[in-house]
Design a binder for this molecule. Structure first.
Ligand code: GLN
Length: 544
């Protein structure tokens, strides 16, 4: 049976609980254990699919088509274990299920309540599909003390009791702030937060203390005393140079051995940390650097492009170079050629990532043109592929008014809606009802690659599977004209209906993909497209 590790956070948000969970899971893997990580989000949205990237950051998509919290991206990048729909649940989803059952009369007249109905649903979610792993890590979003996380804490309390000692532990992540005026680290917020958790019936087994200064032994002892844990179970967590240095840092502080101790497990062998040592080695000692211009919309909002940012770093790891990302706001330079050149000339390669809506679209089309004409490596992802096709249609295929129906009615819908997918998934009704959730082509789909294409050699395969999140598709009715303009359709859905990849064979590196390869890239297994793109940027950097 799987053992459970529940992870809560206290004092403030943004303490890096997700990274802690991902790092701990990675460390357990280095000791040969099989892991799965789950995220419970206490908010009332059914999933993050409809939430603004400004508020919530990227929506991470799983193979099975779930729109989930970006922490699942960290989990997958650190463990290599593909996340599933069943790894992320929100209060909204739980309440929706319960209310639907109640309306159907499934509760046979009983009063439906937070305890036991909501807590039972949370417990069932935590326990489901866990037979194939040794450890399940469950991270609770939010901060202890929030009203909305109460049912989750109560469910943990019950589960710790039901599963028994040795089968379930909890870790609380807190902050030990440094007060400059006093020149001291303060443990009181941690004490209060643990007291609050204890009042809800959950005594943490391990405390992870984020701090900006090293935690002296005296303060460690004080936290242990007041929070009722052994001194060794107080794990200091200083800021790391890179997120990929976090697992080794936690290992150095004894996190994984403390967790095993809390379960009563004596480790039989030393962990094999070589995978993480190699990544940190490459990140800390790059042999060069490149600058990638990312022309997007949510500039300054790193979380909105979390996976993309990481995949570019992974491409750097593959090529032993440091990747500097220059975030460029597409709206800034629309129609202003001098500004376009000023922004893009310092870049060794240009990437246009996924996006929704017309804002900034013309600026992105102009960056495609710049990359094509100046022979700078270009990578278009989802919206970036669609705009590469619009640019090709307008500038090389003579389709002056080429556009996407996403921007409004057009005579030349080079990019249009994918209604066929909606009917296949029985989604027309939801769309007609004005329900914005779930009307997209979501999750993993296969694609067939053309034999002697750039992408076939990059992947070293003729069939691939990648994750999607979009409503629109490049319209195959324009294929011949676009190909006459030099844009080759080198990847298609197996039925040949949907263009998945376009490329320009006459260009040093010009690839557009309808899917999101960044979602599957890992530091120890960089995505081949990102590795190849960064290699092209390295080549470009030697030319200029
Ligand atoms: N807005 C475009 C679509 O829905 C592209 C989406 C994306 O880039 N993820 O098809």
């Amino acid at each position: 049976m799987a053992r459970f590790i529940f992870i809560t956070g206290g004092v403030v948000s943004s303490l890096g609980k997700g990274l802690m969970a991902a790092s701990l899971a990675a460390l357990l893997q280095t000791r040969g254990y099989r892991v799965r990580i789950r995220k419970f989000d206490p908010y009332l949205n059914v999933d993050p699919g409809t939430m603004s990237p400004y508020q919530h950051g990227e929506v991470y998509v799983t193979d099975d088509g779930a729109e989930t919290d970006l922490d699942l991206g960290h989990y997958e990048r650190f463990t290599g274990v593909a996340s599933r729909q069943s790894d992320n649940v929100t209060s909204g989803r739980i309440y929706k299920t319960i209310i639907e059952r109640e309306r159907r009369g499934d509760y046979l007249g009983a009063t439906v309540q937070v305890i036991p109905h909501v807590t039972d649903a949370i417990k069932a979610f935590a326990l489901a599909e866990t037979d194939d792993v040794d450890f399940v890590l469950c991270e609770i979003g939010g901060t202890v003390g929030d009203i909305e996380s109460l049912p989750f804490i109560e469910a943990i309390r019950q589960l710790k009791n039901e599963l028994g000692r040795g089968n379930a532990i909890s870790i609380h992540v807190t902050l030990v702030p440094y007060i400059a005026a006093a020149g001291e680290l303060k443990t009181k917020p941690t004490q209060h937060s643990v007291r609050e958790l204890a009042a809800l019936g959950v005594q943490p087994d391990v405390l992870v203390c984020r701090c900006e200064q090293p935690l002296p032994p005296s303060e460690r002892a004080k936290i242990a005393l007041f929070c009722n844990v052994p001194e060794t179970a107080v794990i200091p967590a200083l800021d790391a140079k890179s997120i990929y240095a976090v697992p080794l840092q936690y290992h150095g502080e004894g996190l994984d051995s403390e967790v095993l101790r809390a379960f009563g497990i004596t480790p039989s062998s030393a962990p094999d940390l070589s995978r993480w040592e190699e990544i940190v080695e490459r990140l800390e000692h790059p042999e060069g650097e490149v600058t990638i211009g990312v022309v997007g919309k949510y500039v300054g909002l790193q979380d909105a492009y979390k996976s993309l940012n990481e995949a570019l770093v992974h491409g750097g790891i593959a090529n032993r170079v440091k990747v500097n990302i220059r975030w460029i706001d597409a709206e800034l330079f629309e129609g202003d050629e001098a500004e376009i050149a000023a922004q893009l000339e310092p870049c060794h390669a240009i990437l246009v990532p996924g996006a929704f809506g017309s804002r900034g679209a013309e600026g992105k089309i102009e960056s495609v043109r710049f990359a094509r004409e100046r022979r700078v490596p270009y990578f278009g992802i989802c919206f970036g592929m669609q705009m590469a096709c619009v640019e090709g249609a307008r500038d090389l295929a003579g389709i002056e008014h080429a556009s996407s129906t996403e921007f409004g009615p057009t005579d030349e819908p080079v990019v249009g809606l994918i209604t066929e997918w909606m009917s296949e998934r029985g989604l027309e009704k939801r769309a007609a009802d004005g329900d914005l959730g779930g009307t997209m082509r979501l999750g993993a789909y296969p694609a067939k690659l053309t034999g002697n294409s750039v992408v076939a050699s990059v992947y070293g395969a003729d069939e691939i599977e990648e994750r999607h999140r979009h409503r629109y598709e490049v319209n195959t009715a324009y294929r011949e004209r676009l190909e006459a303009g030099g844009l080759v359709f080198s990847g298609l859905s197996p039925d040949g209906m949907l263009p998945e990849i376009v490329e320009r064979p006459d260009h040093p590196w010009f690839v557009g993909v309808q899917f999101h390869p960044e979602l599957k890239s890992k530091p120890f297994d960089p995505h081949p497209l990102f590795a190849s793109f960064i290699a092209a940027a390295v080549k470009q950097s030697r030319l200029v």
